[in-house]
Design a protein around this ligand. Structure first.
Ligand code: ADP
Length: 482
């Protein structure tokens, strides 16, 4: 019991009322007395009693109803109801109304004090529990809020400090977040852009086409070319329940490297090829300026063959270098049949000279592919050239193109010398020539390496099936353009 707990008495004057007053005072409680309903309300407001003791009827009104109203405003307030008699429904009504208990005559001082003490103790326990719960909930909420605040600050600091540009969009392409890198790159400064449509803030045509392409399907690579020469590679990623994210990396240095390498290749090929062309030219001029004997003619032919061989080698090496460096990015719709026509024309004479039966077939359902037509021509030239080169006179060479599962299948078959089983895997290596290569078959061993690089850069695959002494079939599978 707390010494100065205040008990509010809302009882009509009666001997019992007097008894209660005395008993509670004797038990060191302070008392407040309400004369009527208004007084009761006022006392509740002004003195915040620890407990209310109310009569079953008070100032002409029902104590139970008054209690219910009080409990609506002060749900943890302990209320004891005093009834003139213990009727059967009383306990039920008291419980239903949410009161802490009731008293009825005959009453002894001890009964009154004990009932009040018990109710107060219970109310105190309830209050303590409530306060504890509230405190726990509040602190856990605070903790959670603090955590997410820390997380937010951490993520913001990460995104703010990374060099790459990051934009987070909602489902309607409105900006939810963008980092300082994007602000700097696109000159947005400190403008408030959150919530605005991306295209309103970054009205660059490449950003517009990025969103258009992203809407059509997954997007891995999209270049954004800024007016100041800066080139960005943008990626668009869908984020479930949020929208999407765009990241942008500055690839200007890669572009510059690309340019330098191209310059290098250009210079090297020019510097190496020009003197070779000059050499060839002079060898042709030699017999025009004076008569050459048979031996000199023979030497000249050997020089010319060697120069042509070196030129082919230089060209192959430059090609391979370019392919392996990934510089072959030109892609357009290519109909393999039309490219094949040129290859067939080119090798027609050679085939005829060797009396080779040279045939081809292209199925009507063959789809076009996304490719660099020059590289496809190079691929066909190499495979068909090899087939004729490694097939003796009166042999057969066939080129077939078919379609299966959205893939284009090219097959170049010959009835030539074949490739020893244990060497078949190595013929795609640079400079590798099989041990059974006929003596008169010229070559650098680079052709198939180039073909393989072309196939790989077009996301295809290739393999060989060969029977030594009977012939070979080279297969190339390339994805068709959807
Ligand atoms: P090369 O310039 O020697 O023809 P490639 O890289 O084109 O170089 O081919 C590598 C090797 O693979 C050849 O030297 C040859 O041994 C073998 N090869 C390629 N195509 C055929 C073929 N159609 N028939 C037999 N052997 C072949």
């Amino acid at each position: 019991m707390t010494d100065h707990d205040l008990i509010l008495l809302a009882l009509d004057d009666s001997p019992v009322f007097q008894l209660m007053g005395r008993a509670l005072r004797a038990a060191q409680y302070e008392l407040a007395i309400a004369q009527d309903v208004e007084g009761l309300q006022r006392a509740m407001q002004e003195s915040s009693p620890a407990l209310v003791l109310i009569g079953e009827t008070f100032a002409g009104q029902k104590g139970l109803q008054l209690s219910e109203t009080l409990l609506e405003r002060f749900p943890t307030l302990p209320i004891l109801l005093f009834s003139e008699r213990d009727t059967t429904g009383l306990a039920k009504d008291v419980l239903r109304a949410g009161l802490s208990g009731y008293l009825y005559p005959p009453l002894r001082t001890g009964d009154i004090v004990e009932a009040v003490n018990r109710s107060l103790a219970r109310a105190r326990r309830l209050g303590d529990w409530l306060r504890r719960e509230v405190k726990m909930t509040t602190s856990s909420l605070e903790e959670r809020a603090k955590l997410s605040e820390t997380d937010r600050a951490r993520y913001e600091s990460i995104f703010s400090n990374i060099q790459d540009g990051v934009i987070v969009l909602d489902g309607r392409n409105n900006i939810l977040f963008l980092n300082p890198s994007i602000r700097k790159t696109f000159g947005i400064g400190n403008q408030d852009v959150i919530g605005k449509p991306l295209l309103e803030v970054l009205s660059h045509p490449d950003v517009r086409s990025l969103l258009t392409r992203a809407a059509e399907g997954p997007l891995k690579y999209h270049e954004i070319n800024l007016d100041n020469g800066q080139v960005l590679n943008a990626q668009f990623t869908l984020i479930p329940k949020i929208g999407s994210a765009i990241t942008m990396q500055d690839i200007s240095y890669l572009k510059e490297l690309d340019r330098l390498k191209n310059d290098f290749f250009h210079t090297v090929s020019h510097d190496l090829r020009s003197p070779l062309t000059a050499l060839l030219g002079y060898t042709e001029l030699l017999d025009r300026v004076g008569p050459l004997n048979e031996q000199q003619h023979d030497f000249l032919r050997r020089i010319q063959a060697s120069v042509q061989h070196i030129t082919a080698l230089v060209n192959d090496l430059l090609d391979l270098g370019r392919l392996e460096a990934g510089f072959d990015t030109r892609r357009e719709t290519v109909h393999i049949e039309s490219v094949l026509k040129y290859t067939l024309d080119t090798f027609e004479t050679q085939a005829r000279a060797k009396k080779i039966e040279f045939t081809s077939s292209v199925n009507a359902d063959v789809s076009p592919l996304r490719a660099n037509p020059l590289r496809i021509r190079q691929l066909l030239d190499n495979l068909v050239g090899n087939a004729i080169k490694y097939t003796p006179e009166h042999g057969k060479v066939h080129v077939g193109v078919t379609m299966r599962d959205q893939q284009i299948i090219l097959q170049v078959s010959d009835s030539g010398v074949g490739i020893p089983q244990n060497e078949q895997a190595r013929i795609f290596d640079k400079f590798y020539r099989a041990s059974n290569v006929p003596e008169d078959a010229q070559g650098s061993g680079l052709g198939l390496s180039i073909v393989k690089s072309i196939v790989e850069s077009h996301h295809g695959r290739m393999w060989v099936e060969s029977n030594l002494g009977h012939g070979s079939s080279f297969f190339v599978v390339l994805p068709a353009h959807e």
